[in-house]
Design a protein around this ligand. Structure first.
Ligand code: ATP
Ligand code: MG
Length: 272
């Protein structure tokens, strides 16, 4: 339930409701103030891709889930935005793939950690890594407090899932030999480029599909999963995702030429 009521026929209904969710997350200290801005950047790229899950993103989801199911120690890194937008799906996905959830915050505050922990527990999580009381180690390549990782989590992980992540951290995880999977609407971000698998989609649409895919793929053989991973190429994936945005913009540009501009009087009448 959002803070404001948005009419069913509003063209930006889902987007506005998601924005309300993020604002509520901020009020509950789950989302950092900078997280609100990161969300806005995501919204802009979602507009460009047509606010839908592309076939390309579906293929990336399949490669990601196959890779996670094949991993020895997959771990899901959770930040404030992800926790606020898809807490239940995170818990479900974690259970289906046996990948633990680890809290990792760019803007660490004990209050934020507690709020995220509570939201995940409320969503049904049984065990959460990365909290201040847990044993930790540091990733040498990073200078911020995000160096800290859980000794039973990211420290020993072979595959790390880092949705809505910052490029520095993604690069550092790759530098220490981890394979990285991300969900990021911007195919040009450093995170998108550094990752092994980038799902270019809004996390609110991608996560439910990841859960569904994990349920289906659990019965596949190792050889079948390996085949799915092997045929995926992230460079081609990012290029195709960018092309989809370019084509979408071209279609919109053509439509704009056909559209008759409306006068202020007409616009006012249409509003009544
Ligand atoms: P990078 O550091 O990787 O170069 P950046 O500095 O542009 O990226 P950050 O704020 O560090 O951006 O990371 C947040 C990323 O998450 C952005 O690329 C943004 O587009 C993306 N993002 C924000 N909200 C969503 C969402 N709901 N679903 C998917 N991606 C999102
Ligand atoms: Mg960044």
């Amino acid at each position: 339930m959002g803070l404001i009521e948005i009419p069913d026929d509003h063209p930006r209904k889902v987007s506005l409701e998601t924005r309300e969710t993020i604002i509520e997350g901020h009020q509950k200290h789950i989302v950092a103030t900078a997280g609100l801005l990161a969300h806005g950047r995501g919204e802009a790229f979602d507009y460009l891709i047509g606010e839908r899950t592309t076939q390309q993103a579906k293929e990336a989801i399949q490669a990601a889930v196959a890779e996670i199911l094949l991993a020895d120690h997959p771990v899901i890194s959770v930040n404030g935005n992800v926790c606020s937008l898809v807490p239940r799906e995170l818990v479900q996905f974690s259970e289906l793939t046996k990948a633990p959830l680890e809290i990792n915050l760019f803007y660490y505050r004990k209050e934020r950690e507690d709020a995220i922990l509570k939201a995940l527990l409320d969503a049904g999580a049984k065990e959460i890594l990365g909290t201040h009381d847990r044993p930790s180690e540091t990733i040498p390549e990073l200078s911020s407090n995000r160096r800290k990782v859980d000794s039973d989590g990211i420290a020993i992980a072979d595959v790390v899932i880092v949705p809505l992540e910052d490029g520095d951290r993604t690069e550092a995880l790759r530098a220490v030999g981890k394979r990285v999977i991300t969900v990021d609407l911007n195919p040009m971000s450093r995170t998108s480029v550094f990752s092994n698998v980038t799902i270019v989609d809004n996390i609110i649409r991608a996560m439910p599909l990841m859960v569904e895919t994990a349920k289906r793929f659990r019965s596949l053989s190792e050889a079948q999963l390996i085949e799915i991973v092997d045929k995926f190429d992230n460079g081609r994936n990012l290029d195709a995702s960018l092309q989809i945005m370019i084509e979408h913009l071209q279609t919109e540009a053509k439509a704009a030429l056909q559209r008759k501009p409306r006068t202020v009087k007409e616009l006012k009448e249409a509003d009544q």
